[in-house]
Design a protein around this ligand. Structure first.
Ligand code: SF4
Ligand code: SF4
Length: 687
């Protein structure tokens, strides 16, 4: 007994020291990051996040087979913590059981069930890995670029934990020291150990192992009991050390990262609104992230938590169209740089590498459309988009480095208030196509006007955007909704500047818009552009602009549902709806546009394979609309091919940028028979 106590404790102390040192080093590294805003979710918020994301494995279960296998493995780890307590107790007393619950047959069942479930899950993981092995080297695999070699060792170590546990429990049954033995008999010890009838049948797996070991006799099993007990402890402690140095660190990091995640999701508005007041700027001020030390501790926690699962990579429109950007590889690169910069981060000695172009290639940085698919899919709540925008901010504001063609966009926004540089005087031209009056606000919004209609630059100035706006205005008018527009007083919401990294220009434009909106007394705003909708709704509040903002899809759905707008019956056709990223994924408006289409009698809706949360970007977000797309396939072509594959004769959407991108791609595909229409245009066609 003394020997096993000494060996068991020695293994624990040595491994515990190595792993503990590593965890302490990691925690110092992460805490060296900059302050992170809005990270206290409160008790209820944190508990909800842990229950849904960690215990419920919400995102992982979307990927049915590997998700289910991971669910059982994760829960196996949780339940088998009980067996670790039992193992340490047994070091000191062979008859140890956990007080109160330690002889309960339900506990016996759970421990055995999850032991078997983990083994089955490991077999599933192994089969998946073997089947996918050749493909993993292909770019199409979500594991492309991951450190997959260590994964075999991980699977082997987890299997060894379970195998030594079951062997130990089997030997315990034979020797009569199984904690659950006396459930049916008080005389287990007196029979010299093994009595199948004396062991709860709920410990079904341990009993099978006991049957195998029984012929070896009591003496051999006494030795085996000690060997497998120590083996179990050694493997667990070895695994702990291995985990602390590998990507499997997520076992411990994921619950922490989820606890500090942005609830309900890290989409919609950007995380940070930096102080751009030039009076507060000193020579030490850094805008954005130029080196690893400029990231917040939460971002560093993100980097350390990545499991390299590649779910983000597999849904990224940039990666899927041959661009060099993989959100997974981006996070892995930042993590490697964080580890490599440890001395600098912890002592301030030496120098940190410039992130762009040394760690992150400019083509990687500028390929992002900020579609949010990566954030949506990441099972451990990593916030890729904010990290990308932080690096863009540094590039634009500190280095004045960005794609040349985007310079024109910024100049136009700065000088003319819109990305095309057409000027405010042309913002009311579209009204000429209407046969009714729309008040253009000059002074306060009239009392009898319910909504301020935020038209957006594309709606006011682009030919195709105007068609959408005109239709929406006609539908609102038909339904008796009173609305007015700002006309020449409206300017770009600032979204393209912000997503490009020009926070200064964004805040200048946002503050000017807020001043205008406040001056006219705006309260309820309906926006047609999801980018304006998202920015005014989610980002203006941080700058003092607080309004009730809805998108026209939401308003039209309400009008249709309440009978104020009745679609006609003259529609026959098949429509597939494309989810704009900033309406759908970023703001969860999925049902409303579909509800509007569903209200049109005779219309058949078909879904693309990638829809709702998994909707594929059109390629315009993140100011990509105004940048060249010279690498790989065009994102809008990829999306349009998917839409055309449904056989629909109308591709419908609810965003002027999506309309332009999809329409361009439909024309490039030579499919003149397919129309790209806003949902309001579809309703109007039915009338
Ligand atoms: S936001 Fe979209 S484009 Fe950018 S990295 Fe994530 S998935 Fe890729
Ligand atoms: S960032 Fe998230 S989704 Fe992407 S590989 Fe890492 S853990 Fe997986």
């Amino acid at each position: 007994m003394a020997a096993r106590i000494i060996i068991g404790l020695a293994i624990t102390l040595i491994c515990g020291y190595i792993a503990g040192r590593r965890f302490w080093w990691l925690s110092r590294l992460i805490r060296s990051g900059q302050p992170a805003p809005r990270r206290n979710n409160g008790f209820a918020g944190t508990a909800e996040a842990e229950v849904i994301e960690v215990a419920g494995q919400r995102k992982l279960l979307r990927w049915s087979v590997p998700g289910t296998a991971h669910f059982f493995t994760m829960w196996g780890f949780a339940i088998l913590l009980l067996t670790i307590i039992e193992a340490y107790g047994a070091l000191f007393s062979r008859d140890f059981h956990i007080p109160l619950i330690g002889t309960n047959s339900v506990v016996a069942f759970l421990e055995d069930f999850f032991s078997v479930a983990v083994l089955v899950s490991l077999a599933v993981f192994t089969l998946i890995r073997i089947r996918q092995a050749p493909a993993r080297k292909e770019r199409a695999s979500r594991f492309y670029g991951s450190h997959t070699d260590a994964a075999w060792l991980t699977l082997a170590l987890i299997a060894l934990v379970i195998i030594t546990l079951l062997l130990y429990r089997g030997a315990q049954i034979v020797t009569g020291h199984f904690p659950f033995q006396h459930v049916f008999s008080n005389s287990a010890a007196e029979v010299g150990g093994f009595s199948g009838a004396s062991v709860t049948p709920w410990a079904f797996a341990s009993r099978v192992v006991a049957d195998w070991l029984h012929p070896l006799g009591y003496g051999v099993n006494s030795v085996l009991e000690a060997v497998f007990l120590l083996g179990n402890i050694a493997v667990i402690m070895g695994f702990l050390v291995f985990v602390s140095y590998s990507k499997h660190l997520h076992i411990f990091m994921a619950p922490v990262n989820v606890a500090f995640s942005r609830r309900p999701r890290a989409l919609g508005g950007l995380d940070k609104t930096p102080d751009m007041d030039m009076e507060h700027v000193t020579e030490d001020t850094v805008f954005g992230a130029g080196t690893i030390k400029d990231f917040t501790w939460k971002q560093m926690l993100d980097f350390a938590t990545c499991t390299e699962c590649g779910r983000c990579q597999s849904v990224c429109p940039a990666w899927n169209t041959g661009k060099p950007l993989s959100p997974k590889i981006l996070i892995m690169s930042l993590r490697e740089n964080m580890f490599a910069s440890a001395d600098y981060l912890l002592t301030g000695e030496g120098e940190a590498q410039r992130l762009v172009p040394t760690v992150i290639d400019p083509d990687v940085l500028w390929s992002c459309t900020t579609c949010g698919s990566c954030v949506e899919q990441c099972p451990v709540d990593i916030e890729h988009v904010d990290a990308i925008i932080d690096m863009r901010r540094y590039e634009v504001l500190m280095e004045s480095r960005f794609p040349t063609e985007a310079g024109l966009l910024l100049r136009n926004m700065e000088n003319q208030g819109d990305p095309w540089g057409l000027g405010s005087s042309r913002r009311t031209e579209w009204l000429g196509a209407l046969d009714f009056e729309v008040p253009v606000v000059d002074g306060a919004i009239p009392e009898d006007v319910e909504y301020l209609y935020w038209v957006g630059c594309a709606g006011a100035l682009d030919e195709r955007g105007r068609k959408q706006i005109e239709s929406t205005a006609r539908m609102l008018h038909r339904a008796g909704v009173s609305f007015a527009i700002l006309g020449p007083q409206e300017s770009c919401s600032g979204d393209p500047a912000r997503r490009m990294g020009n926070e200064y220009l964004f805040q200048e434009m946002a503050k000017a818009n807020i001043a205008t909106l406040d001056a006219v007394g705006a309260r309820k705003i309906v926006a047609s552009c999801p980018h304006c909708f998202n920015t005014i709704k989610n980002e203006y509040p941080a700058l003092g602009g607080n309004y009730e903002v809805i998108h026209h899809a939401e308003l039209l759905q309400h009008l249709v549902a309440s009978g104020r707008l009745i679609p006609g019956i003259n529609y026959t056709g098949t429509v597939t709806y494309h989810d704009p990223c900033y309406l759908g994924r970023h703001n969860r408006v999925f049902d409303e546009p579909r509800g509007v289409l569903a209200a049109v009698p005779g219309l058949t809706q078909v879904e693309m394979h990638r829809h709702r949360e998994r909707g594929f970007c059109c390629g315009a977000g993140g100011a990509r609309m105004w940048m060249e797309e010279n690498i790989g396939k065009r994102v809008n072509l990829e999306r349009t091919e998917e839409a055309l594959g449904t056989g629909a004769d109308v591709i419908s959407t609810a965003c002027p940028f999506c309309m332009i991108m999809l329409d361009d791609a439909v024309k490039a595909s030579g499919r003149e028979d397919v129309a790209v229409l806003d949902i309001s245009q579809v309703v109007e066609r039915s009338l």
